[in-house]
Design a protein around this ligand. Structure first.
Ligand code: PHE
Length: 339
């Protein structure tokens, strides 16, 4: 028996196979039910008891050796086939395609980046808010018609709970929880009950800013906004402030920038005026400071708020607002940016 094992073991060393048929023949010859190695296992019962231990071990080693050899040959055959089919296993892999960022995220991050360079930090708050943070704290009297400026979604049966219509609600939260100096940006999604069309949606995104300290003036506001406009739209951008009205700021203004498509000469985009509106701003109304627990005889502040969709449209000329929320990859894949 031992001689036979030795003989077979040497034979295994010489195994070769030129194809899967030959390999299968080897397997059948040695390892199948009627194979030579299997036959040895069958003879095992005739081995004298005192030799069983030693022979049993030798047999196991032999069977494993044959199985391993056949596996190795199989692998070698398979990789040879790959090369035959013309695959080059040494070729560098294709580069992994990087994802793209949503255009609104790109622009939001750019706005944040620009203002963070002059000391603004980020504050966030809930999208489902109470009336006080969205309106009450911000000088909207209970029946104030200005509440109609922003068509509000209320939570049914809870007239006090609503979807925030602007991220000024986060400013209310910051003013009631922090002491001046305050310099925050409030980015986030806001909701207004508007019919959906190419130019309006029931939700959009804002970045609002708030700066409160001693002796903050309108000149500071203008300077910060001019800096922002130039950083965002280019060194040659000009700004213009028009008087406006918001309950929470006094005086209030809307800011236009020189049309970045025609450079201010006039084109269909700016309706031939040379200017396009990009944000609302003003000095925080003393009533708001007092309501939020900040002494308006000691502190003043400015605030501004802009729509991220609007800025994105100006940068990338996206004609239909709905594209931002339809998740069409053909649209989204066009936006590649460092932000
Ligand atoms: N909250 C205003 C809006 O949603 C924007 C704004 C913010 C205006 C701060 C002035 C000051 O329209």
């Amino acid at each position: 028996m031992q001689d036979k094992i030795k003989f077979l073991s040497q034979k295994i060393d010489t195994f070769t196979a030129n194809g899967s048929d030959e390999l299968e023949a080897l397997r059948i010859q040695y390892l199948s039910k009627k194979g030579e190695i299997t036959a040895l296992f069958n003879d095992f019962r005739n081995v004298p008891n005192e030799q069983k231990r030693e022979i049993g071990q030798l047999l196991n080693v032999l069977r494993d050796k044959a199985q391993n050899k056949i596996n190795d040959l199989k692998e070698a055959l398979e990789s040879a086939q790959v090369v035959e089919k013309g695959m080059d296993l040494t070729r560098t892999a294709d580069p992994i395609a990087l994802g793209t960022r949503h255009p609104l995220s790109i622009v939001k991050n750019e706005i944040i980046d620009i203002f963070s360079r002059i000391g603004f930090t980020i504050a966030e708050g809930p999208e489902i808010e109470d009336d006080w943070h969205v309106f009450g704290a911000l000088n909207f009297a209970p029946e104030h018609p200005a509440r109609d400026m922003q068509d509000t979604f209320f939570i049914e049966q809870h007239p006090d709970v609503l979807l925030r219509t602007h991220t000024s609600s986060v400013q209310s939260r910051v003013m009631t929880s922090q002491k001046p100096p305050i310099r925050v940006l409030c980015p986030g999604r806001v909701y207004r009950n508007e019919a959906i069309s190419y130019r309006a949606h029931c939700f959009f995104h804002q970045v609002e800013g708030l700066y409160i300290d001693k002796q903050v003036s309108f000149a500071d506001l203008k300077q910060a906004l001019l800096y922002f406009a130039k950083e965002m739209f280019g060194e040659h951008t000009q700004i213009r402030l028009r008087p406006s009205y918001f309950p929470f700021t006094e005086p209030s203004a809307e800011m236009d920038i020189s049309c970045n498509l025609c450079g201010g000469k006039g084109c269909p985009f700016c309706k031939h005026t040379g200017w396009v509106e990009i944000l609302g701003c003003g000095m925080v109304d003393p009533n708001v400071l007092n309501e939020c627990g900040i002494d308006s005889s000691e502190y003043t502040g400015y605030a501004f708020g802009m729509g991220v969709e609007r800025i994105t449209n100006l940068k990338y000329q996206v004609k239909d607002l709905r594209m931002f929320s339809e998740n069409d990859v053909r649209f989204l894949q066009q936006f590649k940016a460092a932000y």
